[in-house]
Design a protein around this ligand. Structure first.
Ligand SMILES: NC(=O)c1ccc[n+]([C@@H]2O[C@H](COP(=O)([O-])OP(=O)(O)OC[C@H]3O[C@@H](n4cnc5c(N)ncnc54)[C@H](O)[C@@H]3O)[C@@H](O)[C@H]2O)c1
Length: 349
């Protein structure tokens, strides 16, 4: 359901909740999509002033203030991106949905399954679209991989490896949005691992059980900064999710192995491409061909925003639902329990 004054031919009108790092990516995504950013909510005055100058958009000190602003009444705001620390996704989503705004919510959807379920319920009840921003689903290389897997091009998938790891750009400290448990609800597994859990489900289907190990090596944080999870999928394949805030540089990659081929994609040492490894006519170990898929525009973030706008305006299914967001949180929370108890856990829904 769209606001009554929304015409599908007029520019999309979005707001942002939170104006930190990822909000800039959403801002750029909306502008690239030809949308208007009508306002943003940000409690910290210095950040607000900075972004007002940078974006040329009015900042409000809270979501309430933005929703009540006379200039944004009468359906002037169609949708909001929730870009706050994890701890505020729940209340911001409920508030905005009840005000009739469509929601593009950053990951992890929230910090508990109960909160995620309530967010989904309230968005449904309010008739608004909810998209979880597991933006990698919108990445063209991921889309190409998904098509190859679903078409059977690599045969039956037996193993998938997923990795997202970085070192905060070499910074000695971790921002409080992420390092303090009350803001984040978890460390690298919730932050980075939830994207990888989502990709695991996207590529291989539902997970039946998992076993995890975590560690906290940085002295200044309350959460884990390394995590390794082994997954067993319901279809019999197995996989691993690796997440870290102690890697040198920035790594994001996936490796999918099947009975008739493999897919490899990493940004580790250069531009990211998708390599499709398959057997050529011969039978030996050397007889493999590689097809390289390369896209000039590979970014998932702008395309995730475009997909969201299309779902709101045209009613197409969202690329990553609220339930998908809940399921990746379910897997990360199960991983925490597994690591605490040092045992494998069945995933029950
Ligand atoms: N999809 C991705 O790849 C990706 C990447 C980075 C961050 N994220 C997610 O985006 C969210 C924000 O991360 P970030 O890196 O931008 O953090 P950040 O700390 O840079 O920015 C968060 C901003 O939200 C503001 N804020 C806090 N409480 C608020 C409230 N109640 N209402 C409005 N604003 C509030 C803070 O003042 C801050 O400016 C997190 O949930 C994070 O997991 C996603």
């Amino acid at each position: 359901m769209s606001n009554s004054s929304t015409s599908t031919s007029s520019p999309f009108r979005a707001g942002l909740v939170g104006a930190g790092g990822i909000a800039t990516t959403h801002f750029k995504g909306y502008i690239k999509a030809g949308a208007l950013v009508m306002g943003f909510a940000e409690p910290f005055e210095s950040t607000r002033i900075l972004r007002e100058k940078e974006w040329g958009v009015k900042g409000y000190s809270s979501l309430d203030e933005m929703l009540e602003a006379p200039s944004l009444e009468s359906g002037q705001l169609e949708a909001v991106s929730i870009c706050t620390p994890n701890a505020f996704h729940f209340e911001s989503t409920l508030k905005a949905a009840r005000a009739g705004k469509h929601i593009l919510c950053e990951k992890p959807l929230s910090m508990s399954l109960e909160e995620c379920a309530e967010m989904i319920r309230v968005c449904q009840e309010s008739g608004v679209v909810l998209q979880t921003n597991h933006h990698l689903r919108s990445n063209l290389l991921v889309q190409a991989a998904k098509k190859l897997i679903d078409s059977g091009a690599i045969g039956d998938v037996s193993f998938v490896r997923l990795r997202q790891a970085h070192d905060w750009g070499g910074s000695k400290t971790v921002r409080p949005s992420f390092g303090l448990f009350q803001n984040s609800g978890g460390g690298t597994l919730l932050d980075n691992g939830c994207h990888m859990m989502d990709l695991a489900r996207y590529f291989c289907g539902e997970v039946g059980s998992l076993y995890a190990r975590t560690a906290s090596l940085r002295p200044d944080i309350e959460v884990e900064d390394v995590g390794l999870v082994s997954l067993e999928f319901k279809n019999g394949a197995i996989g691993s999710v690796e997440a870290s805030w102690n890697a040198t540089g920035w790594e994001e990659g996936f490796w999918v192995y099947g009975t008739d081929g493999a897919l490899e994609c990493t940004n580790r040492l250069g531009k990211r491409v998708l390599k499709h490894v398959h057997r050529s006519s011969g039978g030996g170990w050397e007889e493999v061909d590689v097809t390289v898929h390369d896209f000039n525009e590979e970014g998932g973030h702008p395309l995730a925003v475009q997909n969201f706008i299309r779902s709101v305006r045209e009613g197409t299914p969202v690329i990553c639902t609220g339930q998908d967001g809940l399921e990746s949180v379910r897997l990360v929370l199960a991983a925490y329990e597994s690591a605490r108890e040092n045992r494998a856990l069945e995933i029950t829904t």
